[in-house]
Design a binder for this molecule. Structure first.
Ligand SMILES: C[S@@+](CC[C@H](N)C(=O)[O-])C[C@H]1O[C@@H](n2cnc3c(N)ncnc32)[C@H](O)[C@@H]1O
Length: 323
């Protein structure tokens, strides 16, 4: 455990390893449909690019989720209650969390969890300056095994916060597994405030993941730059292109990197052949109807207690209780 500054802010570091990155990248590139885990997007550069995506005109989710939070914050605080320990998965810049921390009464502790250590520390330090509460940052891969820290303050309830529709990045079985494990880790009487992106006009979805400024393309391609640096790769970034589309049958945006020619790439001492047009599948972003998400929650040990949406029903914020 590292003490990171003079304030009572201690990093709980489960140290996600570079070896894991090499092994998982090689395993993904060996598959017939080559794929890479989306969690590796978030190195320092990737986290900065993600924050830039959130500001794009085409990228409606962040703006819309923030507006739902602001419009309904009193009701959200009422269901969360007092003296709660707020545990956020994939906290990133903790932007939306600020609205909660500004409005919740008597927060016992805030536990931001993220795989990107530098981003986590920056966001935690900024929050510690602004909010006089116990902040317990956890650097971990939230799909791996880790424990929540124990706060010094008395806690009446634990609420998991999972905004950004990050749940949509999991395949359906993995989403159920994730929600189930998060519930057990937080305690079987915990609740969850979760952001869920909704099904909508495919044109709008297409635009959100193919922005005119090319920021999403840079975010996607940055994964290859990271592999070159951390897994001894030799991807030529100019020979791969961002490729994202809505797959209506699967109900998801698929993000790929497409090889622009036949080529051989080396990673961690292994060779991988690409045909022209062949893709690496880098991220899914599932969209749900309210009914579909209620079923997913039920299958994961939760019941949907409240749903808040924007007037156009682009996005939802939902409060789940354990069943
Ligand atoms: C889509 S962003 C959402 C950020 C923020 N919560 C929001 O709503 O804007 C996903 C965040 O989850 C983190 N993340 C992704 N995969 C992760 C994993 N397996 N374990 C821990 N954090 C992860 C990323 O570093 C990033 O900060």
């Amino acid at each position: 455990m590292t003490r990171i500054d003079a304030r009572p802010l201690r990093l709980h570091d489960f140290e996600p390893q570079v070896d894991d990155l090499c092994a998982q990248v090689v395993a993904g590139l060996r598959k017939p449909q080559k794929e890479l885990p989306c969690k590796f997007f978030y190195d320092r550069e990737g986290s900065i690019l993600f924050d830039q995506i959130c500001e794009l005109d085409e990228y409606y989710p962040t703006r819309t989720e923030l507006s739902i939070m602001r419009d309904n914050i009193d009701e959200m605080c009422a269901v969360i209650g007092e003296r709660c320990m707020l545990v956020e998965y994939g906290s990133g810049s903790s932007l939306k969390t600020r609205i909660l921390l500004e409005n919740l009464r008597d927060v016992a502790a805030y536990v931001p969890i993220d795989i990107s250590r530098s981003h986590l520390l920056r966001a935690s330090r900024a929050l510690a300056k602004r909010f006089p509460i116990e902040i317990l940052p956890v650097c971990a891969d939230y799909t791996a095994d880790f424990e929540l820290p124990t706060p010094e303050s008395d806690v009446d309830s634990t609420v998991v916060y999972f905004p950004g529709s990050t749940i949509g990045n999991f395949e359906p079985a993995a989403a159920r597994e994730f929600l189930h494990t998060a519930r057990l880790r937080a305690g079987s009487d915990s609740g969850m405030l979760i952001g869920v992106d909704l099904k909508k006009d495919p044109q709008r979805l297409h635009a959100a993941y193919n922005d005119a400024k090319g920021v999403t393309a840079r975010f996607n391609l940055n994964l290859l730059a990271r592999i070159n640096r951390e897994a001894d790769g030799d991807f030529d970034l100019s020979q791969f292109a961002h490729y994202a589309f809505y797959n209506p049958l699967a109900g998801r945006i698929e993000m790929h990197l497409q090889s622009l020619r036949e080529q051989i790439v080396h990673v961690a001492g292994e060779s991988f052949a690409f045909r022209e047009g062949e893709t690496i599948f880098t991220e899914s972003s599932y969209k749900h109807t309210l009914d579909e998400f209620a079923t997913l929650a039920r299958e994961s040990g939760y019941q949907v207690q409240r749903v808040w949406t924007d007037p156009q029903k682009l996005f939802s914020v939902q409060f789940l209780v354990s069943t």
